[in-house]
Design a protein around this ligand. Sequence first.
Ligand SMILES: [Zn+2]
Length: 457
Amino acid sequence: MADMWNPLLERMPRDRLERRQIRKFRAQAVYVYENVPVFRRKLDRAGIAPEEIDSFEDIRAVPTTTKDELRRAQETSEDGSEGSAERTDRPTEAEPTPYGELLAVEPTAVREYHQTSGTSGTPLRQADSGRDWEWWSDCWATVLWSQGIRPDDRVFFPFSYNVFVAFWAAHYACERIGAEVVPGGNLSSVERVELMDDLEATVFMTTPTYALRLGEVAEQEGIDPAATSIERIVCAGEPGASVPGTKAKLEDRWGATVHDHAGATETGAWGYSCEGDSLGLHFNEAQFLIEVVDDDGVPVEPGETGTLIATPLDRHAQPYLRFEQRDRVRLEEPSACDCGRTFRLADGGVLGRDDDFTTVNGVLLSPTAVEDVVRQHDGVADEYKIVIDHHDEKESDVVTLITEANTQDVETVRTELRHRLKQACGLSFRITLRERGALERPELKADRVVDQRVNHV
Ligand SMILES: [Zn+2]
C-alpha cells in the first residue's frame, strides 16, 4: 500500500467519503449563505435553503459560480455597493476591502493576499485567513508526499513567486513536510541550473514548458541534466506532465521522475498524480467536491470527458460554491489506479482549458493530443505552435504545426508528423519546420494555439 500524507482520508471507503462530502458541502453552503451576500442572493433566487441540502441531487440544484460573476462582485462593492451593507456579521460602516462582496470574514482575519494571473481578464483578488493557509499547505503536502517528497529532500523553486499562490503554498507545504526549500527567484535560467547543480537539489517544481527549457539551458552550459542530483520534478500550470510524450521526454532528459498536479487560485490544489500505475490525477475528494459534467451540466459517466466544477469544502475567508473551473478532464473510477486511494481520477490529467478546445473543419482539436505526438518524435525540438486559419476559396480551415527540426532529413520528419497527427487528431495538418532555436522559449507557461480565423466556431 502506498505511503500517504493522510491515509485515513485518502483511503476512506466511498460511501463514507460521499456522506462526508454532502455533510461538508451543506455546512459550507450555510456558511456562505450567512456571510457572503452574493451567494445568499443566488441561493434565495434558486429557492434553496442551504441547511436542507442532503444529497448530490440537492447539490446539483445549487447554481454554479463563474469567474465573471466573482469579478463583478469585487468590482461593485469597491465603490461602496449595496452588497456590503447587506451583511449581518459586520458593521454596516465597514470600509470596502480589495475583496469586495466576496469576503466572508472580518478584514483583520485576512493573512494572505494572492491574485489570479488575469490571462482571461481582470485578475481576481483572493483573500486567505490563517485557517485557509493551514488548509492550503495541507492540500499541497498531500500532493508532494504522494510524489515522494520527504524531509531529506532539497526542493528548488526556479521562480519569483510574486502574487501567485501555487508556489507559495507549495513552499509552505515543503516546510510542513520538513524538506529544505531553496527559493530560486530573480535569477537567470543559467544561474538557476548552476545553483541547483551546486546545491545538489533533489527536486524542482515548475511548469513542464520551463522544465524542458531548463534542461535545454543545462545542456548548452555543458551540464548533463540526467547526471545532476535531481530525482523528481513536480509540475503544475500546464497539462504536460500527464501527457505521455512530454512526461517521457522530461524523465529521459533529467533522469528523474515527473509528477503532475492541478489547482486554481479560486479553489485550491485539487488534483495530484500518485506513485501508482495511472497516468492521471486523483481528485482530492477529502477537501473538494469535484463534479465532472457535460455541456448541459449532467454528470458524465466514467470514461467520458466533461468540464470540471469544484467546491473547496473548507475555504474560510473567500469561499465558493460550485466554481466552474473550465478544465476538461476524462473521469475515471478509483479502481483505474492501483495505489489504494479511493479518490476518482482525471485520466490523462487536465486535457486543457475549455477555451483551448476548438473545432477545425467540424473536428474537435485536442491540444494535448498534438503535444503528445510532437514530444514523442525525436526529429523535432521541444517547442511548437498550432496555427489555425481559414481558407476562403476552399471554404475550409487549415491547421499548421510549426516546430523545429532536429535533423537534416526534414522530409521524413514532415511525412511522419503528418501521418501521426492524422491518426491522433483525425485532422490533416500542414507541417512547417524551422531551424533549431527559431521559436520563442517561454519562461513559464506557453500559449501554443493561435487561432487566426475571423469568425471561428
Ligand atoms: Zn493512485
